[in-house]
Design a protein around this ligand. Structure first.
Ligand SMILES: [Ca+2]
Length: 82
């Protein structure tokens, strides 16, 4: 039996809440919008943010569309245009 639930995982200090915190600063990468695969806005990367410390690398991204508007089609929402 793998006892992964008892592992002492590192956890971020701030839980993801859908808001890109100011601590991320300026985007590491900014991308044009309107250039996604099959014009699916939920796949259209707008910006990628990174921050790190001694133990963690965190990333956040903004996309042009509403990823939740594509419920039922989420099986293909794993590619980005960057
Ligand atoms: Ca884009």
């Amino acid at each position: 039996m793998i006892d992964y639930l008892q592992a002492d995982y590192l956890r971020p200090n701030a839980l993801a809440d859908g808001v890109i915190e100011s601590t991320y600063g300026d985007p590491f990468l900014a991308d044009d919008t309107g250039d996604s695969l099959e014009n699916v806005a939920a796949l259209d990367l707008d910006a990628l943010y990174l921050q790190s410390d001694e133990t963690m690398l965190s990333l956040a991204l903004s996309i042009a569309g509403d990823i939740f508007s594509n419920r039922g089609e989420l099986s293909h929402l794993h590619g980005y245009d960057a």
